[in-house]
Ligand binder design. Structure first.
Ligand code: NAD
Length: 698
């Protein structure tokens, strides 16, 4: 096994260095190495102080999560921490990069922390449905105070080094060489002769909350209000409260018990599934290491509308110069003005500095005419959703784009293969389907056409990651992965209100499940006219939605849709007129109305989507079940702690879902609700979707 921990003596200071690429995860070999090195330094009379540092791009960024779910192998991180705390000489953590999770817990066991510029420190465990299990919830409050620790631990967000320095988490920021600064600090500490105080023995920052915990409780309630149904944030609050209500060792034992319970629970399993599925989604069968992504230095976006503007911002946000093209000065100016307003708002809210806003704006050049794409390495088209227009534009791009440029369309519904055939280079054409608002939403469906070249696909995936998206490959079909499933939910939600459920009851059940919004509130937000236009062009109908649109109720933009909106407000209010309209529509269609419970609502909102996902998998449109879960978590607000639709279906059990789908197929007379072939087969074999990894997908 490679030597992942080494020691060197710098005169009277032992420097223990962890070197376990890529992120110095605290796996078993590292823990073992640390315990050995600490014992040696403790025993060596020459050593007056110890520095713990990491090689490579970061200090330990956390536990080795591949060890989760396996029997723990001693020494544990707690054993390493005990060894540090028992050393009796000053121990300094020299931190840089992302000092996260177990890495920060290790640093908190040291007497002091010296940090390089740019370091980010945090305890992100809550994002995996657990809590810091090696003393983080007990030590961080002792260093920065209970309320600040609570916010950091419940949100899981890392703090920049500047804040860590102000709050006392970092004792000194290193100018110049980190190791040199840390060694100097350690030597000073040893020479000062001041008594050494461990974090566990500190009490000064807890005293105020112990005297009056009302501010803590208020902060906790506010944090948890946004995390309903989730176990880990609630457990984090409990653990942090223990820091000021229990003696240290009892707080530590309680933290351990909470950690174990969460680790064994369904929510943490679901969140870890999503964590791995997101990484897995980057592995594409047939795209081995031999397939290199093409270089991308500059980009162009065609269409300066809602999507085009957002997409251009994605490039500028990461420093890639982008040309934004529209047909005339007017729409271009409107698009550029919207972008500027967005950046100014972000700066005003403190999200970025105004200098950074200027820098990003400078990276976006507005131009009229498609001949301006000649220099771009990747071009993303986001014009109106019309096939003839898109084909014409791709023919123009073919004439102007340089050889090897990737030509992408942001179409939501059109056939990417047909668009590709408008060029003489269909191998360079693919879909890059962003979600609105494009500068915010993380999901990117990368649509692989029949002719798309492997390296064009690899380029789109790499660009997606570079612009901070979560890219998932989809094959070509109507609606791709996400919207094709969503369509099933829309059909069913329309049926539910005709059969007797109120729109607000459907929305409430979906929100209680964990979505940020229900289907009707979402329709009102997106604009009901969008779907109406699409339905008309496809000869489809939706009785209630069509009637609302015919009455000019397009949703929030017209102040009314399924709900009523007070001027300037976005809070949906049930509208008795809509209730009447729905009842009249039910009567006209001869549908008998009845009371519908939450269980039925949830089953009918989710199971038809799961059924469609089974078809999407079977057809090879999605490469693997985890990809579908990633699409729904990052693009549609599926609660990550429920693991996405496929993981959730496995949790419920496919035989149960197949039985309910059969029941609803009969109840509604809609044969497409009957269990799909793959779902039936897996249910009969008592298997889950997780067992289905088709076509050589890893
Ligand atoms: N709005 C969404 O939520 C969303 C989400 C995903 C994908 N999409 C897709 O993105 C595309 C754009 O949608 P949008 O909502 O941004 O539309 P939009 O109407 O806001 O913007 C379209 C822009 O394209 C410009 N344009 C039209 N013809 C052009 C041409 N020949 N050359 C250059 N520019 C031209 C228009 O002037 C306009 O500025 C569509 O294909 C749509 O299906 C939209």
């Amino acid at each position: 096994m490679a030597n992942v921990v080494s020691s060197a003596l710098e005169r009277d200071v032992a420097v223990i260095t962890i070197d376990n690429p890529p992120v110095n995860a605290l796996g078993h070999a590292v823990r073992q190495g640390l315990v050995g090195a600490i014992a040696t330094a403790k025993a060596d009379a020459v050593v007056k102080a110890i520095v713990i540092a990491c090689a490579g791009r970061t200090f330990c960024a956390g536990a080795d999560i591949t060890e989760f779910g396996k029997p723990a192998k001693a020494p544990s991180l707690a054993d390493v921490i005990n060894a540090i705390e028992g050393v009796g000489k000053p121990v300094v953590a020299a931190v840089h990069g992302t000092t996260l999770g177990g890495g920060l817990e290790l640093a908190l066991a040291c007497h002091f922390r010296v940090a390089a510029p740019g370091t980010r420190l945090g305890l992100p465990e809550v994002k995996l449905g657990i809590l810091p299990g090696a003393g983080g919830t007990q030590r961080l409050p002792r260093v920065i105070g209970s309320e600040k620790a609570l916010a950091a631990i419940v949100s899981g967000e890392p703090m920049p080094v500047e804040q860590a320095l102000t709050d006392g988490l970092v004792d000194r920021s290193a100018e110049g060489d980190l190791a040199v600064a840390a060694i100097a600090f350690a030597r000073e500490a040893a020479a000062s002769g001041k008594p050494l105080r461990l974090v566990r023995d500190r009490d000064d920052r807890l005293a105020a909350t112990r005297g009056d915990r009302s501010a803590f409780d208020k902060a906790a309630a506010a944090l948890l209000a946004r995390k309903q149904g989730q176990q880990a944030p609630a457990a984090c609050v409990k653990a942090v409260a223990n820091a000021f209500t229990l003696p240290f060792d009892e707080g530590l034992a309680a933290e351990r018990a909470l950690f174990r319970a969460l680790l064994d629970g369904d929510q943490s399993r679901a969140l870890r599934h999503i964590f791995f599925a997101e990484r897995e989604a980057n592995k594409i069968p047939g795209l081995g290491p031999a397939v290199q992504a093409r270089d991308v230095v500059t980009a162009a976006v065609i269409g300066a509308g809602t999507m085009g503007g957002g997409i251009a911002m994605c490039f500028a946000n990461v420093g890639i110069p982008v040309t934004l093209v529209d047909t005339a000065a007017e729409p271009l100016a409107r698009g550029m003005a919207t972008i500027e307003k967005n950046y100014r708002n972000t700066a005003a809210r403190g999200g970025i500095t105004s200098a950074e806003a200027d820098r990003r704006l400078k990276l976006i050049t507005g131009k009229v005419g498609n001949e301006n794409v000649a220099k771009a390495d990747i071009i993303i088209e986001a014009v109106f959703e019309e096939m003839d227009l898109k084909r014409r534009i791709f023919a123009e791009l073919d004439a102007h784009a340089k050889p090897g440029a990737v030509l992408a369309t942001n179409t939501s519904t059109l056939d990417v293969d047909e668009i590709g055939r408008a060029t003489k280079r269909p191998g360079d054409v693919l879909g890059m389907h962003f979600f609105s608002p494009a500068n915010v939403m993380r999901l990117l469906e990368v649509v692989r056409g029949k002719a798309t070249a492997p390296d064009a696909l690899a380029t789109a995936m790499a660009v997606g990651r570079r612009i901070a998206k979560v890219p998932v490959v989809s094959g070509v079909c109507y609606g791709f992965i996400g919207n094709r499933m969503l369509h099933k939910r829309s059909v069913e939600s329309e049926r539910l209100i005709l059969e007797g459920a109120a729109p607000e009851a459907v929305d409430a059940a979906v929100v209680a499940f964990g979505f940020p919004m229900g289907p009707f509130a979402m329709g009102d937000l997106a604009g009901l006219d969008v779907g109406w236009r699409i339905r008309k062009s496809r000869g489809a109908t939706a009785a209630v939605a069509d009637a609302l649109c015919e009455a000019g109720r397009f949703g929030q933009k017209t102040g009314k849709g399924y709900y009523l909106y007070d001027a300037g407000l976005r809070t949906p209010k049930p509208d008795p007129e809509v209730a009447k309209l729905i009842e009249a529509t039910s009567a006209r269609l001869g549908i008998k109305r009845r009371a519908i419970g939450d269980q039925e609502i949830i089953e009918r909102m989710l199971y038809p989507m799961i059924n469609e996902a089974a078809r999407i998998l079977d057809e090879g449109i999605a490469l693997r079940p985890g990809d579908i879960d990633v699409v729904w978590v990052y693009g549609y607000g599926w609660p990550a702690w429920r693991g996405g639709p496929m993981h959730y279906a496995d949790h419920i059990g496919l035989p149960n879902i197949a039985e309910r789908l059969g029941h609803y197929a009969k109840q509604t007379g809609d044969a497409t609700l009957a269990p799909a072939a793959l779902l039936s087969r897996l249910a009969a074999e008592a298997k889950g979707f997780a067992s289905h990894n088709p076509k050589g997908a890893a």
